[in-house]
Write a protein that binds this ligand. Structure first.
Ligand SMILES: Nc1ncnc2c1ncn2[C@@H]1O[C@H](COP(=O)(O)OP(=O)(O)OP(=O)(O)O)[C@@H](O)[C@H]1O
Ligand SMILES: [Mg+2]
Length: 357
């Protein structure tokens, strides 16, 4: 097993530069998610790691071996990587075991070795007992597990995933996130996982690398990105957020055409103001602590089963909050909210807004 090191990676396709100077160190056994909107360069980065693309500049190393640099590229089959893609790319006319054994046969491994590797790979993904089934008789989730078993049977040093769950229905997709994470942890295999789904990224990642227009916007643990976004783009892309522009001065911030709030940030001048819906506290009575306590009216209220999503009108601005449905508030009702100063994130104005992917 090995870590992965990407230094100043550039990849141009003619006039389009898809990756523009990505620097990334991935530790042994770490699972890093490349997250970002469509076209930001996630797949391109992954394909460069896999050796499916020659790189334009920079270098990629697996362990202490340089596998890609300008003008020199080790072919994919010599990189000891496993790949799992959105289209499972398994052979419909073959059985589960034949699919998993496919790459091992190409490597001319002895038959008993192939059998034992196929058995343990299928066990790992929970498909013991399915070996002689044709893959066309499997569900989508099972087919994706066959693809995973096939990648793992090769005992790769690095696993690469590109949107592996996006062909599955929502429920299965949600379940498979946990499964994939558990399998990866059990194996402790260094992995790079591409998705544009921020929830999937949060569940699966040790570390999220948020990309935008071919560069890394911000990276960190999921909690870091969520609680400490450094740019408006990061604040918007990861999780839900209330976002306003305003002016900060002396521990206070004035939301444009809205209320003045206490904040714990030291920023001053033109800022973007961000806080998460679940940070907004709601009560029927005026809170005893008057800090950032404001009167609010429910403008819209949506029942989502596990939560109730509210849009509130507060001194001329809209604030979104999410409550337990047990605390149901009808449209038109009035209530009090308070926002803890430490929940308010202030970002220097000028972080460019990205159009939604
Ligand atoms: N073979 C290619 N030739 C020319 N341009 C390409 C090629 N592959 C990708 N690009 C361009 O490079 C940029 C990054 O593409 P990439 O596939 O890496 O994006 P992505 O982040 O994986 O997006 P998505 O979420 O839609 O899969 C895009 O502008 C894309 O059009
Ligand atoms: Mg892609």
């Amino acid at each position: 097993m090995s870590g992965l090191s990407i230094r100043k990676l550039y990849k141009a396709y003619g006039a389009v530069t898809a990756v523009k100077g990505v620097d990334l160190e991935i530790g042994e056994g770490e699972l890093v998610v490349l997250l970002g909107p469509s076209g930001c360069g996630k797949t391109t980065t992954l394909r460069c790691i896999a050796g499916l693309e020659d790189i334009t500049d920079g270098s990629i190393s697996i362990g202490d071996r340089v596998v890609s640099e300008k003008g020199r590229s080790l072919p994919p089959e010599q990189r000891e990587i496993g790949m799992v893609f959105q289209s499972y790319a398994i052979w419909p006319h073959m059985t589960v075991a034949e699919n998993v054994a496919f790459g091992l046969k190409l490597k001319n491994l002895p038959k008993p070795e192939i059998e034992s590797r196929v058995r343990s790979a299928l066990e790992l993904v929970g498909l013991t007992g399915y070996s002689s089934r044709h893959v066309s008789q499997l569900s989508g989730g099972q087919q994706q597990r066959v693809a995973l078993a096939r990648a793992m049977a090769l005992e790769p040093r690095i696993l690469l995933f590109d949107e592996p769950l996006s062909n599955l229905d929502a429920k299965l997709r949600e379940k498979m996130r946990f499964e994939l994470r558990q399998i990866q942890q059990r194996l402790g295999i260094t992995s790079v996982y591409v998705t544009h789904d921020q929830q999937e990224a949060m569940v699966i990642a040790d570390r999220i690398v948020l990309m935008r227009n071919g560069v890394i916007e911000q990276m960190g643990a999921p909690e870091d990105l969520y609680h400490r976004p450094k740019t408006l783009f990061a604040a918007e892309f990861v999780g839900l957020a209330n976002i306003y522009s305003g002016e900060a001065r002396g521990g206070e911030v004035r939301i444009a055409n809205g209320p003045v709030l206490k904040s714990s940030g030291a920023a001053s001048g033109a800022v973007d103001i961000v806080f998460r819906p679940e940070q907004v506290r709601v009560s029927s009575e005026q809170p005893a602590d008057a800090t950032n306590a404001l009167r609010a009216t429910v403008k819209e209220s949506y029942f989502l089963g596990n939560i109730e999503d509210l849009i509130l009108t507060v001194e001329g601005i809209d604030i979104r909050t999410q409550l337990s449905p047990a605390e149901h508030r009808a449209s038109g009702s009035s209530l009090w909210i308070s926002i803890p100063p430490e929940a308010i994130i202030l970002l220097p104005r000028g972080g460019q807004m990205e159009e939604a992917a």
